[in-house]
Design a protein around this ligand. Structure first.
Ligand SMILES: [Zn+2]
Length: 475
């Protein structure tokens, strides 16, 4: 087993020997010494006077201050699917949807471990311990969960043959639905489309159980961020996490408006989010109290905020005009409003990420067709202004999200090509570097790796399916 040095992750992301398989001896681990698992943590949201407090079953807390950019852990799945094996299995012919196929395969693996368990089989024991402790409060309370156990390193005989006998595929499915991690940013149907057209394409992760990661609870303003590289999960702090504070990340893309976030969380994870961001948005943007002009601006903006990365519906001139008008209207009402707090404005701005990206793209393609260089320059300056605001909003609300990195690249390009903002290129270079090193961790002093990392995120949101056009090892 190799322990990766979190001070230089370039090898993990870009190294030659990248293949890692679940449970194999080559598996890589790192765990920050200042994290602990706590059970029954009660988190009271400050602005919530009438709702019930969120009671997390278990959570991960910082036992000492953790600075933004510090690596929290690196772990392969204790049970997971190898992407290449999955690709050949899928291509060999099946009528089953990829997501279901991956789920069934993973359940097979778990059941095989359970059924083959012999006393003293340390490897199987440790694996079973890692995923069975995720089973839910009624069945697993007698086992105290440790980081060792979660990482598949505790081979103590916790489960008797009698107890294991009763476990079914249904139990495994329950564990997976709540705790497994899929490909995250890329959707299954996109992967499936690639494979169905016989294109070779390796997503950073297909489906895996990362029990340590499964301890982290949700917040729409996360202080941690995860990435995948060759089926390994890498977690970094994206904000400073003071000692005693819970480490949280987002289960869904947090760059959506509150209604969409809450809907997605309810559907996929079965809870109503009452994180700090949701509570302040719910309070300040209450429909029955909001002035009509603000309410209208939000509703208008909603129309252009749906459909991640999808510009195809905004091809005609009328739509383009309406989209730009909605973005400008939002700026003139919501973001200039005296009655809303700056905090809620930042959250709202981040929530309308799709609208912003579509607005920037529309403005810039239109500007490219202008004959007058001065006109082009004016449009670029306008976009840079708006993108700068968006950057600052990300810093406090969703620091180093994929969208944040993409917007930073845009700002850098606009600033460095601008005649008016030449001095700002340096500011954006620093901001890009800092954000990448926070999200992906330290890449050592290897400049090529750092450049590779940046090339990787550059095109993500600038064009439709941009992320499929970059050769990627991680997201
Ligand atoms: Zn929330």
């Amino acid at each position: 087993m190799t322990i990766i040095d979190p001070k230089d992750l370039s090898n993990l992301y870009f190294g030659a020997n990248k293949k890692t398989n679940a449970g194999e001896e080559t598996a890589e681990f790192f765990v920050h010494p200042s994290i602990a698992i706590q059970s029954g943590t009660e988190s009271t949201t400050p602005s919530d006077h009438h709702g019930t407090n969120i009671v997390h079953g278990r959570g991960m807390v910082a036992t000492n201050d953790i600075a933004a950019g510090e690596c929290i852990f690196i772990t392969p799945p204790t049970v997971g699917m190898d992407c290449h094996a999955m690709e050949s299995k899928f291509k060999s012919g099946t009528n089953v949807a990829l997501e279901d196929l991956a789920m069934e395969e993973l359940i097979d693996k778990m059941m095989k471990d359970i059924n083959s368990k012999q006393d003293g089989d340390t490897k199987v024991n440790a694996c079973i311990n890692s995923f069975l402790c995720l089973m839910g409060s009624t069945k697993d309370t007698k086992k105290k969960v440790t980081i060792q156990m979660l990482n598949g390193k505790d081979d103590t005989d916790h489960w008797s043959a009698e107890e294991l006998k009763d476990l079914s595929r249904k139990d495994m499915k329950t564990i997976l639905l709540k705790n497994a991690f899929g490909p995250d940013f890329i959707m299954y149907d996109r992967i499936q489309a690639q494979w169905s057209s016989n294109l070779s394409y390796t997503p950073p992760n297909i489906l895996g159980v990362f029990p340590l990661a499964a301890m982290i609870n949700h917040s729409c303003t996360p202080n941690a961020v995860r990435t995948f590289s060759n089926s390994c999960m890498v977690a970094h702090a994206c904000q400073t996490i003071p000692a005693g504070k819970e480490i949280m990340w987002s289960y869904i893309p947090p760059t959506q408006v509150m209604a969409d976030r809450r809907r997605a969380l309810k559907k996929r994870h079965g809870f109503l989010c009452k994180c700090e961001r949701c509570m302040i948005e719910a309070k300040e943007l209450r429909k029955d109290l909001l002035p009509t002009n603000l309410k209208q601006a939000l509703e208008e903006a909603n129309k252009w905020n749906e459909g991640m990365l999808d510009m195809s519906q905004i091809s005609d001139e009328t739509s383009k005009r309406q989209l730009c008008a909605a973005a400008i209207h939002l700026e003139e009402t919501i973001f200039s409003s005296k009655s809303l707090s700056n905090e809620v404005k930042r959250h709202v701005r981040v929530g309308y990420t799709n609208l912003h990206i579509n607005y920037f793209n529309t403005m810039l393609t239109t500007a490219a067709n202008r004959k007058q260089p001065q006109q082009q320059q004016n449009v670029q300056d306008l976009v840079l202004q708006s993108a700068t605001q968006l950057h600052f909003a990300y810093c406090s609300s969703n620091n180093t999200s994929t969208e944040h990195l993409s917007v930073l690249h845009l700002c850098y390009e606009l600033a460095s090509s601008s005649k008016n903002n030449n001095n700002n290129a340096k500011f954006w270079t620093e901001a890009i570097k800092r954000a990448h090193l926070t999200r992906y961790g330290s890449l050592g002093s290897n400049l090529t790796s750092i450049r590779n990392c940046m090339v990787h995120t550059r095109t993500v949101l600038r064009q439709r399916d941009g992320y499929l056009q970059v050769q990627f090892n991680f997201l």
